[in-house]
Design a protein around this ligand. Structure first.
Ligand SMILES: [Fe+2]
Length: 277
């Protein structure tokens, strides 16, 4: 069974810029142009013309390979219908002792005599999901379905949210087909420990000079809080937290694509931090 994203490789135009971005994003360096999240999920950057890279699904800086972690079985490398290279390995991600801060609600004081969290910056726990543009939505759903992915929700004819484990986060891959879609990367999403780290990370990356596309905001479909930033390695990078946790009892729903279905609310271009820098 596929259990999650173990490693991703970007092919990029400007390595130096990407090194700076992923440092500011909160990943730890783990060797030459390799970075990792807290649980050991790898993010590698290579020059886009590196002959060792698999072919690109779109021009420019983009995702070139995804390594899916499994619980033991190793499948043959392949290309998905978008032309994105996939490999598989027994997951090398570590269990980490990372705790979010409880939120006090009307009915339950989960945090007593204890201040909440204020993060100076984010340290992503893992790469949680990918969002891909495609011009062959049905083929992508079949292909990932054959790998064992389950449908969590759908925009019929327009998009499908897929998860790799019957119980887990709402989606590991979202495939989006718009009338003029070509295969490509929309974003890579990095899971942080709680909503406060979404805000702390977004404010830090803004102070470091990177441009927010949209965020913070909240998705009605997965309930997650998000913050999307333009990523020099390709597409957008997202911090997110508090997505729905689903089990085999979850019934896939169908939605019509509308702005209010994408976001309950969102700040275009980001927030201005009050700290001076
Ligand atoms: Fe996302």
């Amino acid at each position: 069974m596929i259990v999650g994203i173990d490693a991703i490789t970007y092919g990029v135009e400007d390595l130096e810029l990407c090194r700076r971005f992923f440092g500011d994003w909160g990943l730890a360096p783990s060797g030459d142009d390799n970075f990792e999240t807290l649980n050991g999920c790898e993010v590698r950057i290579r020059h886009k013309d590196d002959p060792a890279l698999p072919p690109a699904m779109e021009p420019g800086s983009t995702l070139r390979e995804v390594v899916w972690g499994t619980d033991g079985k190793v499948l043959e490398p392949c290309l998905d219908p978008n032309g994105l290279a996939l490999r598989f390995r027994k997951s090398r991600k570590r269990k980490v002792d990372v705790k979010g801060v409880p939120i006090n609600t009307w009915d339950h004081a989960a945090r007593v005599d204890r201040r909440s969290a204020f993060y100076e910056r984010a340290h992503p726990v893992e790469v949680g999901h990918l969002v891909l543009f495609s011009d062959r939505l049905a083929e992508m759903e079949d292909f990932y379905g054959n790998l064992g992915f389950l449908v969590s929700d759908r925009y019929p004819g327009r998009g499908v949210f897929l998860r790799c484990t019957p119980e887990g986060g709402h989606h590991d891959v979202f495939v989006l087909q718009t009338p003029d879609s070509k295969p490509g990367l929309n974003h890579v999403a990095f899971t942080v420990r709680d909503i406060h780290e979404v805000f702390g990370g977004g404010l830090h990356i803004s102070r470091a000079g990177w441009q927010t596309q949209l965020g913070p905001g909240r998705h009605p479909i997965s309930s997650a809080y998000f913050w999307y930033v333009h990523c020099p390695a390709g597409g957008l990078a997202e911090y997110y937290s508090d997505e729905d946790w689903v089990t085999p009892a979850w019934k896939p729903r169908e939605f019509e694509p509308k702005p209010e279905v994408f976001a309950e609310w969102a700040v275009a271009g980001g927030l201005k931090p009050f700290q001076k820098k």
